[in-house]
Design a protein around this ligand. Structure first.
Ligand code: PLP
Length: 367
């Protein structure tokens, strides 16, 4: 008898951004600029930090398993009912819970090729079939192609808007015909991890679509604009029955007490959100221009990162050359982009440093 089922034996694990400590140890560098995981360069919300210190004194106690205060705070902020809110140990846990709760053997998870790998990994870890629609113009979701792949077997659809790692968005006028074609027992997860960084036209946040399309699940995270990636906290807004079923499947106390307190405080910190957003909106075009000046093809991004393709430069080699310079970026080979890197928008000084390091490694002058 095999030790594990074939779908586990064949799994390729998620490759996270290289941690700062590991780069320092392995490459003998200090003062590492980590631009690999789309984290917030301004740090956590100061209000959340104060709440974290307070909550830390009570970690001898189990957390509130129902996350009562956080769910209420989210509901009030978003204008929904608390029974429509789910919280999770990172939105990544909610992705896994949605697959585990709803997708039966023989049913399918539908998503787009080249998108956030957690959707595929969550389905594969459960032995579920993943169907990936082709993209258009290489970096853009094709909602028409996705629509054609809907079948009676499709149980869950994962769409990231904006997308990771391309940073592209799809517009409401493309999304609505797709939603109209989805059977009513198919859940459509609209993952808006990067919502706050959108400044382009035509984008519609998914909360407003739920009235006409009750099978929409809106997924969001505290890891990006709120700067709480290390605490692991995400949430979803969904129909009360969907919330209730997921609550049956989750492990007790999956969202820790410190994260719950930090989440409530971060929601009140509009100033930190505004500063974080303003930094990305100011620096994103500067970083993109600098990368273009170095010969990269840069995809116009609506996230806190950019995808830069360096034709003829294998992704892993460029990534390793940059590590030696103390700069961590993310090679996108595993996403099907063998010469592309995803680079998080950092502080001005971090972005300058990344561009200067790239210029040295590529043997080019900076702009
Ligand atoms: C599109 C998308 N969804 C979800 C997540 C996961 O976020 P969390 O830290 O809440 O698990 C990420 C993280 O990078 C992401 O890019």
């Amino acid at each position: 008898m095999p030790l594990v089922p074939p779908h586990v034996a064949s799994l390729t694990p998620y490759v996270p951004g290289k941690p700062i400590e590991e780069v320092e140890r392995e490459y003998g560098v200090t003062d590492v600029a980590k631009l690999a995981s789309n984290e917030n360069p301004l740090g956590p919300s100061p209000r959340a930090l104060a709440a974290i210190r307070e909550a830390a004194a009570r970690v001898n106690l189990y957390p509130d398993g129902a996350s009562f205060l956080l769910r209420n705070a989210l509901a009030a902020k978003l204008g929904v009912e608390p029974r429509e809110v789910l919280v999770g140990n990172g939105s990544n846990e909610l992705i896994e819970l949605l697959v585990r709760t709803f997708v039966l053997d023989g049913e399918e998870v539908l998503t787009s090729a080249g998108t956030f790998v957690a959707y595929r990994l969550a389905a594969q870890a459960q032995g579920r079939t993943v169907v990936e629609a082709p993209t258009k113009a290489r970096y853009q979701y094709d909602l028409e192609a996705l629509r054609k792949l809907l079948s009676r077997k499709t149980k869950l659809v994962f769409l990231a808007n904006p997308d990771n790692p391309t940073g592209t968005c799809f517009a409401e006028q493309e999304l609505v015909p797709f939603l109209d074609a989805v059977p009513k027992d198919t859940l459509v997860v609209l993952d808006e991890a990067y919502l706050e960084f959108v400044d382009g036209p035509g984008f519609q946040d998914a909360l407003a679509l739920r009235r006409r399309h009750p099978n929409v699940v809106v997924l969001r995270t505290f890891s990006k604009v709120h700067g709480l990636a290390g605490l692991r906290l995400g949430y979803a807004v969904a129909r009360p029955d969907v919330v209730e079923y997921v609550d049956r499947v989750r492990a007790p106390f999956d969202v820790n007490a410190v994260a719950q307190a930090a989440g409530v405080a971060a929601l009140e910190d509009d100033e930190h959100v505004a500063r974080s957003r303003a930094l990305v909106l100011a620096e994103r075009p500067r970083l993109a221009d600098g990368l273009r000046a170095l010969g990269a093809a840069v995809v116009p991004s609506q996230g806190n990162f950019v995808l830069a393709d360096f034709p003829g430069r294998p992704g892993k080699e460029l990534f390793e050359a940059l590590l030696r310079e103390g700069v961590v970026i993310r090679p996108l080979g595993p996403y099907g982009f063998p010469t592309a890197q995803r680079i998080t928008v950092g502080h001005p000084a971090q972005n300058e440093r990344c561009l200067a390091a790239l210029a040295r490694v590529l043997g080019r002058a900076t702009a």
